[in-house]
Design a protein around this ligand. Structure first.
Ligand code: ATP
Ligand code: MG
Length: 230
C-alpha cells in the first residue's frame, strides 16, 4: 500500500533521514521504533507532505505522492495524527472532529462512528478541547483523524504521557482498525507495547533503518531487548 524508496529529508542543510526504505502492506499495523531524535516524526511528516523529501520516492497505491501537497495526500486517504495530539484548544470537541473531514470523509457517517468508538467523547461534544484530560485529547486527536476516513493512518506516539489503562484502551481501538480497512504506521517509543499490536516493525536510528522484522519474532529477540527495551 505504501512504499518508501531511499527517502532523504533535510531541514535546511541538516540531513535527518538518510535513505529510508520501508513498506506497509494493506491492512497491516507497522511499528516504527527508535530513540528520541531518530527521525520518526520527520518520516511521518515526509509521508503526509508536511516535509518534502530531498531525494527518493514515496509510493501510495502505486502513485508517487512524494511531490504532492499535504491536502492532496489527505484526499487519497493518508491521514496524520501528530505527536503531542495538537487538538485545537479553543474549539469544541465537535468542531475539532468536524474539521477532520474538511478535506475528505463524510462528516455525518464518520461522526457517529467516532462517537461510537470513543464513547467518552459523546458527553463532551460542547466542551473546549483545551479543557479535556490528556487521554480524552488523545482520543479526540485519533477521532479527528478517523473523521477523514483514513486508508492509512500515521499515528505518532499515541501513548505519550497517558496512564496505562487509557493506553490499553486506545491500543485496543487501534487493533480493530484493520476491520475497517485502515492500515497503520505506528510510531511508538514503548517498544513492548508497539510489538504487541503490530504485525511488522522497523527500527530507525540516526535517520536510517537498522532492521525490520515480524513483530512476534522481534518480541522474543535479544537484539531488540538490548537495544530498545533496556
Ligand atoms: N523543524 C526542524 N528544524 C531543524 N531540525 C529539526 C526540525 N524538526 C526536527 N529536527 C531535528 O531532526 C531530528 C529528528 O527529529 P524527529 O522529531 O523526527 O525525531 P523523533 O524520532 O520523532 O524523536 P522523538 O522520539 O523525540 O519524537 C532531531 O535531531 C531534530 O532536532
Ligand atoms: Mg517524534
Amino acid at each position: 500500500m505504501l512504499k518508501l524508496d531511499h527517502v532523504h529529508v533535510h531541514y535546511g542543510r541538516v540531513q535527518v533521514l538518510r535513505g529510508v526504505s520501508l513498506e506497509i502492506p494493506d491492512g497491516s499495523v507497522v511499528a516504527l521504533l527508535g530513540a528520541n531524535g531518530a527521525g520518526k516524526s520527520t518520516m511521518l511528516k515526509a509521508i503526509s507532505g508536511i516535509l518534502r523529501p530531498s531525494r527518493g520516492t514515496i509510493i501510495f497505491d502505486g502513485e508517487d505522492i512524494s511531490r504532492l501537497d499535504s491536502s492532496a495526500i489527505v484526499r487519497r486517504g493518508v491521514i496524520h495524527c501528530p505527536e503531542g495530539r495538537q487538538v485545537f484548544p479553543g474549539l469544541t470537541v465537535r468542531e475539532n472532529l468536524l474539521l477532520g473531514s474538511y478535506v475528505r470523509g463524510n462528516p455525518r457517517v464518520q461522526f457517529d462512528r467516532v462517537i461510537d468508538i470513543f464513547e467518552a467523547l459523546g458527553p463532551r461534544l460542547g466542551q473546549l478541547a483545551g479543557t479535556l484530560s490528556g487521554g480524552e485529547q488523545q482520543m479526540l486527536a485519533i477521532g479527528r483523524a478517523l473523521m477523514g476516513e483514513p486508508r492509512l493512518l500515521l499515528l505518532d506516539e499515541p501513548s505519550l504521557g497517558l496512564a496505562p489503562l487509557i493506553v490499553e484502551y486506545i491500543f485496543k481501538v487501534i487493533s480493530k482498525f484493520h476491520e475497517h480497512d485502515i492500515s497503520v504506521l505506528l510510531v511508538e517509543q514503548n517498544a513492548t507495547l508497539a510489538l504487541e499490536f503490530a504485525d511488522w516493525a522497523y527500527a530507525l536510528s540516526h535517520g536510517q533503518i537498522r532492521f525490520s522484522q515480524a513483530a512476534d519474532e522481534l518480541r522474543d529477540s535479544d537484539l531488540v531487548r538490548s537495544a530498545y527495551l533496556g
